[in-house]
Design a binder for this molecule. Structure first.
Ligand SMILES: Cc1cc2nc3c(=O)[nH]c(=O)nc-3n(C[C@H](O)[C@H](O)[C@H](O)COP(=O)(O)OP(=O)(O)OC[C@H]3O[C@@H](n4cnc5c(N)ncnc54)[C@H](O)[C@@H]3O)c2cc1C
Length: 290
């Protein structure tokens, strides 16, 4: 399929990019790696009249520490997330998740900003961002705002981004040293979106009890899910089988997946539970240094 015609713009500053999006109005879309937007355009599910390419905007490509946070520029690619020593040391779940997104060709161009701003419930990074308590920095004509990832996703392809706003960076509080983490994803084949996936970040205290826990679920509702009740059930426990079962049931209860080519809704809910059970076990192993 061939996309409809559009005008291409390549601003060289954030200010110009914001001004272009504001001036061009509803018919304009930002484009980053293009690996979600261009397929949508080819299917004519998106028909922008103008594309504003963020590739020429400086300062959207860095990964760095800022106090207790790590700040990742929106145009950092999934490939760069995999190869960042800082991220591998401090927030290794980002590497684990990036490695199960698509294939190397997509990851060379696909950006973290595009993945989280897209609003596709099938994207893997949003659930991880809920789990990590990330904040999104966005800039529009009215200036800069910071939005909690946990409040960002409102429906399929519907987010708290206002028209014309550009996501510039993702700010993530660095999890405690020695935290356990895991991203478990069921997919039909390499390069596929998740049938269901679960992200877990947890900290065990000295006695081996769960000191804190956060859980995100991918592609089992119109938005990524933050499984707060399930995490509460686990907190203070030793992750014994009965408590894990109760927490998994609580996580499954908030899912509402569609029946589609990845399976019936009930199956996908159950697979979210299986992925969560595995992610909890792997995260706990890592927290114990096993
Ligand atoms: C074959 C294939 C398999 C894939 N499999 C997976 C998978 O398993 N898991 C997964 O998570 N993803 C998958 N993807 C999607 C891929 O990860 C995309 O690269 C990513 O979702 C979007 O990033 P992008 O930089 O390509 O964004 P684009 O496609 O350029 O943009 C996506 C959307 O976000 C908006 N946008 C982009 N950047 C910004 C910004 N900085 N500020 C505001 N709005 C912005 C655009 O306007 C557009 O609406 C797959 C893609 C392909 C082609």
């Amino acid at each position: 399929m061939i996309p409809g015609s559009f005008a291409y713009h390549r601003p060289s500053s954030l200010k110009d990019a914001v001004a272009l999006l504001a001036d061009l109005g509803d018919g304009a879309r930002a484009i980053a790696g293009g690996h979600s937007l261009i397929p949508m355009m080819k299917l004519r599910l998106a028909t922008p009249d103008h594309l504003v390419d963020l590739a020429g905007v400086p300062d959207l490509k860095s990964i760095g520490a800022d106090g207790a946070d790590i700040v990742i520029g929106a145009m950092v690619t999934q490939h760069e997330l995999i190869h960042s020593d800082l991220l591998s040391a401090k927030i290794p779940i980002l590497r684990e998740t990036s490695l199960v997104i698509a294939d190397p060709q997509v990851r060379y161009l696909g950006t973290l900003g595009g993945n989280v701003a897209n609003g596709d419930p099938g994207n893997d990074m949003p659930a991880v961002m809920l789990c990590l308590g990330a904040t999104y920095q966005v800039t529009g004509k009215g200036g800069e705002r910071r939005l909690a990832a946990r409040e960002f996703y409102q429906g399929a392809y519907f987010t708290a981004l206002e028209p014309g706003e550009i996501l510039t960076a993702i700010r993530i509080p660095v999890p405690a040293d020695g935290h356990g983490y895991a991203y478990q994803k069921l997919k039909r084949k390499i390069g596929d979106y998740a049938t269901a996936a679960a992200a877990v970040v947890l900290v065990l205290n000295g006695g081996g009890d769960v000191g804190s826990c956060a859980i995100g679920l991918t592609n089992v509702a119109e938005t990524p899910l933050f499984a707060e009740e399930a995490a509460k059930i686990l907190t203070g426990s030793k992750l014994d089988a009965a408590t894990v079962k109760k927490a998994v049931a609580a996580a499954e209860a908030i899912t509402s997946p569609a029946t589609d080519s990845r399976g019936p809704a009930q199956y996908r809910t159950k697979m979210a539970g299986v992925m969560l059970t595995r992610a909890l076990a792997r995260a706990a192993q890592r927290a114990r240094g096993e």
